[in-house]
Structures are given as C-alpha cells and as structure tokens.
Design a protein around this ligand. Structure first.
Ligand SMILES: Nc1nc(=O)c2c([nH]1)NC[C@@H]1CN(c3ccc(C(=O)N[C@@H](CCC(=O)O)C(=O)O)cc3)C=[N+]21
Length: 297
C-alpha cells in the first residue's frame, strides 16, 4: 500500500515542540518577534504571509506584518529592512518573494542582517549551508528533510533526484541531501528544464523531489517502483471551486501513487512544513540574538 504522507501532522508535532522553546525564551524575558514584509498585491503571496502570521500567533511569537506599495521605489524596501535590522526587538525578517521587477532580489536578500535571515537566503547563510555549517536551513528543503526523517526514510547511499534548481528550493535541497550526516549522504542528481531525457534520470530515484513549479510534470511513468515522492510544487490553477482556484503539485498524484511507496499530497504535504520550519528558524534566531540557550526540536 502506498503511504500518503500527512504533512499537517508532522508540522503539528514540530510546532508543539517549538511552543516549549518559545516558553523558554519568554521565561528568560525574551519575546520572539518575526517581521514579515510584503511588497506585492499577488493573492497567493497575501495568503502565504497571513498563514505565517497565524502560525506565529499560535506559538506565541510576535508576528509583525509590514506592507510596502509594490509601485514604491526599491529604496522604500531597503529603508524598511535597515530599520528592522537595527531594531533589537526584531529577531527574524522575512521579505516575501517574488518581488516587483524593479526591485533587485539579490540586493534585498543581501541587505537583511544574516543573523535575522530566517529564510536562509543571505549569501553568508547560503555559504554556510554549502560548507556544512548551516545557521538557518531554508524552510522548504529543511521541511522535506523533516518529512523524510519522520517517515523513517533513509537517505544514506540512496539515489536522490531533485527536479528544479531554484535558489530557494532546488539548490539548497540538493545541498542538504549531499551533506555528510543525517538526512544527507545521498547520491544526488539535480535536473531542470534543460535536462536531456528527464525520465531516464527520475526513474533512477529512490527519493524524488519535484520542485520545478510546473503543474503535474512528473507522472507515474517517470517514477521508479517503490520510490518516495516529495511534491514541492504548489501552483494555483483556475477551477470551479469556492475560492476560484485549486492547488496543483508538480506530480500527477493519481498515476504517481500507483508506483510510489510513499508520497506527499498537495495541499497538505510539504507546504505546512515550510511554515513550521520558518517558525523553527525564528525561534533559533531569537536564541542566537538573545544568547538564551533554547532546545530546538
Ligand atoms: N521569502 C519567502 N519565503 C518563503 O518561504 C516563501 C516565499 N518567500 N514566497 C512564496 C513561497 C511559498 N511558500 C509556501 C508556504 C506555505 C505553503 C502552504 O502551507 N501550503 C498549504 C496550502 C495553502 C493554501 O491553501 O493556499 C499546503 O500545501 O497544504 C505553501 C507555500 C513560502 N514561500
């Protein structure tokens, strides 16, 4: 029987443990605070930011939301980041992506204080991850590692194939899978839109991570019998539902589940872990900045 992995359940477990870490900080007189910054009027981005704020509320983290007009000059965003960097009561800063075209993403990510960079996208944090000395693991790949661990899926010696090479998922995911240690030691292949004969590569995967952002591009025919399939893609497609859309993963779930031993659904798979690991990084950031020793799950 194919196991359908319940991401909400795994995320709930992590959040329950994080609540105790937040308590430790509060008992020491430190109130964890996460600033989210949205410079977009995209509906999906608004939804994600409000989910992050709701997760903060649930854990006792003070979530402060900041909005910047998407038509404002980039300097307005930079000044806001500078102010948040300088505020000792703010421990984590998340600038929601994507940003408007006139705002250079690289300049934004490089401007956030690396000790407050809960996304782990600052070049210093990327470098530390690659060097095997991660400070903040990027939330989605970290969440995928937690799913594999929770499901007892060994990565050591396995063939892992990541489809997608984005800075926020594909590249850090591949890096984590190839690192020495728990959740790593996999033989890792990174595929992308220009990969020749993609199917030949994905079919070799014991662990397949689909993170290309192309709805249903991976079907059962591309999956090895008995594989673990992790679907990171979440695309909104117009549909005749209450919200006017539905969420579609990068994996064609119906055909994939015929081949996979374990598979994550969309929604209810990786998405909830992304938010849980953002909370994890926010607690970690608070510990680093306040010099309070906190146990992390
Ligand atoms: N600086 C930055 N950091 C991010 O971490 C970041 C970002 N920008 N931009 C956009 C992506 C996307 N992302 C998601 C988080 C949670 C769900 C999630 O929880 N999804 C639910 C369903 C959500 C729904 O109903 O729409 C699920 O899969 O079950 C999805 C996507 C974080 N991102």
């Amino acid at each position: 029987m194919t196991r359908i992995i319940d991401g909400n359940e795994i995320a709930d477990g992590i959040r329950a443990e994080l609540r105790a870490s937040v308590e430790t900080l509060r008992d020491a007189g430190v109130q964890p605070r996460l600033a989210t910054v949205l410079m977009s009027d995209d509906g999906a981005s608004e939804t994600y930011v409000s989910m992050k704020q709701a997760a903060c509320d649930e854990l006792g983290i003070d979530g402060r939301h900041h909005e910047i007009d998407p038509d404002a000059p980039a300097d307005e965003l930079f000044e806001r980041i500078d102010a948040l960097n300088a505020d000792p009561a703010v421990h984590g800063i998340l600038v929601q992506l994507p940003l408007p075209d006139h705002v250079e993403k690289r300049r934004v990510l490089g401007r956030i204080d690396p000790t407050k960079d809960v996304d782990g996208f600052h070049p210093e944090n990327v470098g530390r991850l690659v060097a095997g000395d991660a400070r903040f693991k990027p939330c989605t790949p970290h969440g995928v590692q937690r799913i594999l661990a929770a499901e007892g899926i060994e990565t050591e010696g396995k063939d892992a194939v990541v489809v997608g090479r984005s800075d926020i998922v594909g590249k850090p995911m591949a890096n984590l899978l190839v690192q020495y240690g728990d959740g790593g030691n996999a033989t890792t292949t990174v595929c992308h839109s220009r990969t020749d004969d993609l199917k030949a590569k994905t079919r070799r995967a014991d662990i397949l991570v689909a993170a290309a952002g192309v709805p249903e591009m991976i079907d059962g025919d591309m999956i090895r019998e008995g594989a673990t399939v992790i679907d990171v893609g979440i695309t909104r497609v117009d549909a005749d539902t209450e919200k006017g859309y539905e969420l579609v993963g990068d994996v064609d779930f119906e055909s994939a589940k015929e081949k996979a031993d374990a598979i994550t659904p969309v929604p209810g798979g990786v998405g909830p872990l992304t938010i849980a690991m953002l909370m994890y990084n926010s607690v970690k950031a608070t510990g680093i900045q306040s010099d309070v020793a906190v146990e992390l799950p």
